[in-house]
Design a protein around this ligand. Structure first.
Ligand SMILES: Cc1cc2nc3c(=O)[nH]c(=O)nc-3n(C[C@H](O)[C@H](O)[C@H](O)COP(=O)(O)O)c2cc1C
Length: 385
């Protein structure tokens, strides 16, 4: 799957100014990924096509219609990363003076998805009959209103889009709070996770799978994909040089701007030399959880910011193609994940290197598919080996 993250603002969270975000291009600009997915769909035939779409600022009818349409255009390869958007700039861009608290955003998200699913189900699979002889396009008894009336949303339905190949897109979630994980366990076909240390990843994996099972779902139907940033060289030395060059390009201020936006917390309020581990502010707990030195020691605020700017917390797997394949295998065997989400260090080029050099190595080792066994994105995510 090719996946595009998304947000709907230029962050001024760091120092109350949009200057650092613009200067260091920290997720600015950020074009709408949905039209882009339609273009990619036109020139590809198998790869899954995913993007983020927030549940906090649109009506679910719009989302259900847009995603069903994209699922048609991609022949069932669409995937929606469901986020609730935690930065106040996004709320402000949509006319809200104050960001809703996280718990409320997730309650709305549950209802939002519920409305979307009811709208996708408002057309039976066999509703379109195309009966020329009797002049019937759709059997009207197979398309229903939904008459949804919830706490946050109302929608009459039915959807005005024919049931799509996957009946809506595959659903992805990347929340890290208990509410976020609960949403993932209930609905997600895949979860994006960032856990640099294998032991944390293993307990997260077990926790999410248990929650999926507890809700009566098949745990194999919720794939957990761990984020990794591969850095590949022809020799170990070349790979290390690349890593050094890449990481040194990230300034502390650039990292601060990116991380401040992602935490919805102005890091300029802290001393850059403070230990992140000592921080008790609720907004900083996510950074505290992800960032520690290899030896488990705490990092300073500026070290955390710079690391975030380098890879948003993804572990960097550095080496030759064979060594990167070893590291992927070791993580996979230790954690039991269902796959990886890869973040390229440059575009174009880094994903191409992975595909040309590491994928054949993983295939030789029997660790990577050699052909598609299904057609839709959900098929790809559920592929058994
Ligand atoms: C791999 C990954 C990708 C994410 N992509 C986006 C994104 O594109 N847009 C966005 O607003 N949030 C994105 N997030 C943030 C999450 O949706 C979520 O807000 C964040 O992890 C905090 O979780 P919580 O809201 O459950 O506390 C991403 C998170 C992860 C781990």
């Amino acid at each position: 799957m090719v996946f595009f993250a998304d947000l709907n603002f230029i962050s001024d969270t760091f120092r109350g100014s949009i200057e650092p975000a613009l200067r260091y291009a920290t997720q600015a600009p950020e074009h709408d990924p949905i039209p882009l997915l339609s273009m990619i769909a036109a020139v590809t035939s198998h790869v899954g096509l995913g993007a983020t779409f927030s549940t906090s600022y649109q009506h679910p009818y719009y989302a259900a219609r847009m995603w069903a349409t994209l699922d048609h255009l991609t022949g069932g390869r669409a995937a929606w990363n469901i986020v609730t958007s935690l930065n106040q700039n996004q709320a402000a861009n949509y006319g809200q003076d104050k960001l809703d608290p996280g718990e409320l955003r997730y309650e709305k998200a549950h209802e939002f998805i519920e409305v979307c699913q009811q709208l996708w189900n408002s057309w039976d699979e066999d509703a379109v009959v195309m009966d020329r002889q009797n002049a019937i396009f759709v059997d009207a008894s197979k398309v229903r209103r939904i008459e949804f009336e919830g706490r946050f949303y109302k929608s009459r339905g039915p959807l005005n889009v024919v049931r799509s190949p996957q009946n809506g897109p595959a659903l992805i979630q990347a929340g890290t709070s208990p509410k976020g994980i609960e949403l993932a366990a209930k609905y997600a076909d895949a979860v994006f996770a960032i856990h640099p240390r294998a032991e944390d990843a293993a307990s997260y994996y077990a926790d999410v799978k248990n929650r999926v099972s507890a809700l009566g779902r098949n745990p194999d139907h919720c794939a957990i994909l761990f984020g990794v940033q591969p850095i590949i060289g022809e020799s170990e030395a070349e790979a290390l040089e690349k890593q050094e060059e890449h990481n040194s390009l990230v300034t502390v201020d650039g990292g601060m701007a990116l991380l401040s936006g992602h935490l919805n917390f102005d890091l300029s309020a802290l001393s850059p030399d403070d230990e992140m581990m000592s921080k008790t502010e609720p907004e900083l707990q996510r950074a505290r959880r992800v960032y520690r030195k290899e030896n488990g020691e705490s990092m300073t605020v500026s070290e955390v910011a710079q690391r975030h700017g380098q890879s948003v917390g993804l572990p960097q797997f550095v080496g030759t193609a064979s060594s990167v394949a070893d590291q992927l295998e070791a993580f996979f065997d230790r954690v039991g994940g269902d796959g990886f989400m890869l973040s390229p260090i440059y575009c174009p080029g880094a994903i191409e290197e992975f595909v040309d050099l590491v994928v054949p190595e993983l295939q030789r080792r029997g660790r990577f598919r050699t052909e598609y066994t299904g057609v839709t994105q959900r098929d790809h995510l559920r592929q058994e080996d």
